[in-house]
Design a protein around this ligand. Structure first.
Ligand SMILES: *[C@@H]1O[C@H](CO)[C@@H](O)[C@H](O)[C@H]1NC(C)=O
Ligand SMILES: *[C@@H]1O[C@H](CO)[C@@H](O)[C@H](O)[C@H]1NC(C)=O
Ligand SMILES: *[C@@H]1O[C@H](CO)[C@@H](O)[C@H](O)[C@H]1NC(C)=O
Ligand SMILES: *[C@@H]1O[C@H](CO)[C@@H](O)[C@H](O)[C@H]1NC(C)=O
Length: 353
């Protein structure tokens, strides 16, 4: 039971709060903070260029008594009037993040600068955007290495740096981004090995680190990522054998390991990946025979295992893959006869033996 006295205090407190909150909190504190945000954005703007002439015309101090960036192009604010989203995707912008004051945006959840002409490094101060959930820098010309400070962005759900000119190693601090659902580093110049700390990120659904210069073997820890539906490591120089642990990734729909330097046999455990619809292992030096367990992958539409060093005969079980549209086994050293069961693959459009 709430005592009458406490009840009275609560009523009084509520009244005081209701009266004071709109008067004090809003105009004083909020407008000060969003004024800092507005000035930080304007300072950054002066360092940018726009390909089509008019540069962010709405970003201006048109009303000096109430300076708020919340109505500016690409800017969104939370209900307290603080900037929580900067979305300038496809805005024709050219410039750097050198003059972007990261520490001025403590509430920023979304930073989307995809499809512009930003260049220069990703500054380490990006680690100050501690509330960030979405970081999209894809399709720009960012260079230099990925700052290890990225590991401070523990709320990140999506990190997208694809199609830039990033070099250096993938920092192992990436293993701290425990909320991450999607990691896209496709098409950069990243080298070194895939950090085993990636195996910590058990919320990951999507990984694309294809088309880089990555070497070393695929860490066993990738097999911890049980939520993965899409794993793309193709077009690197990865070596070693395909880890058996990949057989744990039973939600995988897409697995791209093609165009690397992988060797050893295709693990029997790949046959556990019942959700796979697209499996591409071509352009490696995989040897041994084709495991008959592949016949369990009845959702497969695409199976590319050509251009390897596979031997032995084509398993009859391949004839179970009734959803196959495209089957490529060419450029191996397969022997024996073509199984009659392939005649069951009535949806097949492309067949290379
Ligand atoms: C940014 O805007 C574009 C186009 O309006 C939209 O497709 C994209 O989803 C937005 N980004 C975020 C993070 O909301
Ligand atoms: C600038 O140009 C880009 C690409 O040409 C276009 O997509 C964008 O809408 C333009 N932006 C403005 C603000 O005119
Ligand atoms: C945040 O910014 C301050 C100053 O701007 C800097 O000293 C600090 O190292 C930054 N923190 C991170 C995590 O980058
Ligand atoms: C992540 O993984 C690495 C290596 O697998 C491990 O040493 C580390 O303790 C893990 N945790 C975090 C939070 O990075």
């Amino acid at each position: 039971m709430v005592s009458p006295k406490l009840k009275n205090n609560l009523v009084i407190f509520s009244l005081v709060f209701l009266i004071l909150f709109p008067i004090l909190d809003f105009p004083l504190i909020v407008s000060c903070d969003s004024t800092e945000e507005a000035h930080a954005l304007l300072k950054w703007k002066t360092s940018l260029q726009n390909q089509n002439g008019s540069l962010l015309p709405s970003w201006t101090l048109n009303n000096p008594t109430k300076i708020s960036p919340c109505t500016w192009f690409g800017i969104h604010c939370n209900h307290a009037g603080r900037v929580n989203s900067i979305n300038l995707t496809s805005a024709g912008l050219k410039g750097t993040l050198h003059d972007f004051s990261f520490s001025s945006f403590p509430h920023l959840g979304y930073l989307d600068l995809r499809i512009n002409q930003f260049f220069g490094i990703i500054p380490p101060q990006i680690g100050n955007l501690s509330m960030l959930k979405f970081l999209g820098l894809s399709f720009n010309q960012f260079s230099g290495s990925i700052p290890p400070e990225i590991g401070y962005l523990t709320h990140l759900k999506l990190l997208s740096f694809s199609k830039n000119q990033l070099s250096g190693f993938i920092p192992h601090e990436i293993g701290r981004l425990s909320s991450l659902n999607g990691l896209n580093l496709y098409s950069n110049f990243l080298k070194g090995s895939i950090p085993p700390s990636l195996g910590n990120l058990t919320s990951l659904i999507y990984i694309d680190i294809g088309n880089n210069l990555l070497s070393g073997s695929i860490p066993n820890e990738v097999g911890n990522l049980k939520s993965l539906s899409d794993l793309r490591l193709d077009n690197n120089t990865l070596s070693g054998s395909i880890p058996l642990s990949l057989g744990n990734l039973t939600k995988l729909g897409t697995l791209y390991l093609h165009t690397n330097a992988l060797f050893g046999s295709i693990p029997y455990e790949i046959g556990n990946l019942k959700s796979l619809s697209d499996l591409q292992l071509s352009y490696n030096t995989l040897n041994g025979s084709i495991p008959f367990s592949l016949g369990n992958l009845t959702n497969l539409a695409i199976l590319y295992i050509g251009i390897n060093a596979l031997s032995g005969s084509i398993p009859n079980e391949i004839g179970n893959l009734k959803s196959l549209l495209d089957l490529r086994l060419d450029n191996n050293t397969l022997s024996g006869s073509i199984p009659l069961s392939l005649g069951n693959l009535t949806k097949l459009v492309t067949l290379y033996l």
